[in-house]
Design a protein around this ligand. Sequence first.
Ligand code: IMP
Ligand code: MG
Length: 175
Amino acid sequence: MEGKKENILISKEEIEKKVAELGSRISKEYEGKNLYVLSLLRGSFIFAADLVRHITVPTKIGFMTTSSYGHSEVSTGSVKIVNDIPDNIEGFDVLIVDDIVDTGITMDFVVNHVKSLGASSVNCCVLLDKPERRKVDITPNYCCFQIPDVFVVGYGLNYGDYYRNVPYIFNWEEK
Ligand code: IMP
Ligand code: MG
């Protein structure tokens, strides 16, 4: 990103605090349930890995890959399953975990897919929510931070498949 400088929006410490809080809230609300955490790859791998370590109730964990933005910042509007859920989730209380709800198209698609497979309940949990960009009517049940309409990277979120490993959330601004 030539001629631009990094602008940290959410620090590593802020993320750690929120993720821990969310993990204990989920642990309380899923007490006595049949939790299945479904992490959407690749964007949620870091968030999901941190979150599940704050979940104290028994849980299965599975992964699913949908088609994504690729190297563009704009959604194509169509979602395809690249790798489907590896388990029978019938009767499970599925918590879908993703990095961000932007237009909501991905989350809406996965919610419907999970329902069609006979889950007992379906909730969504995201690190970030960009409500201004919504195209379908969906509100995450659990969310760490709401952000304005800016393209962000770090903590699993990518640009051209880079920056996922950065431990905080940032964008670029003019120098
Ligand atoms: P949606 O289907 O438009 O809600 O987009 C969901 C996916 O788009 C997320 O899982 C991300 O992979 C990607 N995405 C949306 N906004 C951003 C962003 O600001 N930075 C990086 N990826 C994003
Ligand atoms: Mg994604």
